[in-house]
Design a protein around this ligand. Structure first.
Ligand SMILES: Cc1cc2nc3c(=O)[nH]c(=O)nc-3n(C[C@H](O)[C@H](O)[C@H](O)COP(=O)(O)O)c2cc1C
Length: 160
């Protein structure tokens, strides 16, 4: 299968998670494209009154050619990454016939809400949404939990 992984990462945690997912999928024979969204402007967390999210996304990938789409980002202010949400809302319109899965990394809490926000947009675009993963990642991840999350993701993705 042709699989796209699109992420936003600030300190690299989501990138590490995405790389582990990619490595596993490639080992299973899939073609995997991993894109980190790059931004121009100010991306400041969605921390209520101080939120400053005046940015554009420089490299929004087109998803048309992929069978499965994985979208990942950090939890910010108990919500999904504003960069990921902007990408999903503005750049992702038609996912009919594709499966999609969200994954997030977080210090402690807010993963469920972030996944619901991302899944809502994926559903609105017509994707069949698979069960997402929220991974605690404080300085380092728990390696066993990371591996288990990667297994669950790949298990769902690899069902033809
Ligand atoms: C501005 C900001 C807000 C955050 N808000 C939360 C939060 O609400 N809940 C949480 O569990 N972690 C929160 N975190 C921690 C990040 O979600 C966590 O470190 C994540 O793994 C970072 O991923 P990244 O390195 O891919 O950017 C926050 C981090 C930042 C920088």
């Amino acid at each position: 299968m042709n699989i796209s992984i699109v992420i936003h990462t600030s300190s690299g945690h989501t990138l590490k998670f995405a790389q582990a997912i990619r490595e596993k999928l490639v080992s299973l024979g899939h073609e995997v494209d991993l894109t980190g969204l790059r931004t121009l402007g100010t991306v400041n967390a969605g921390l209520l009154p101080l939120a400053r999210v005046n940015f554009t996304i420089k490299n929004p990938p087109e998803l048309q050619d992929f069978d499965v789409v994985l979208i990942g980002g950090p939890v910010w202010g108990f919500k999904a990454s504003p960069v990921i949400m902007r990408y999903l809302i503005e750049d992702v319109q038609n996912l009919k016939g594709k499966r999609a899965l969200s994954f997030v990394t977080m210090g402690g809490a807010g993963g469920g809400r972030a996944l619901r926000m991302m899944n809502g947009e994926l559903e609105a675009a017509g994707a069949e949404v698979l069960e997402g993963e929220a991974l605690k990642y404080f300085i380092k991840p728990n390696v066993l939990k990371l591996e288990a999350a990667v297994e669950r993701i790949c298990g769902q993705v690899c069902v033809a």
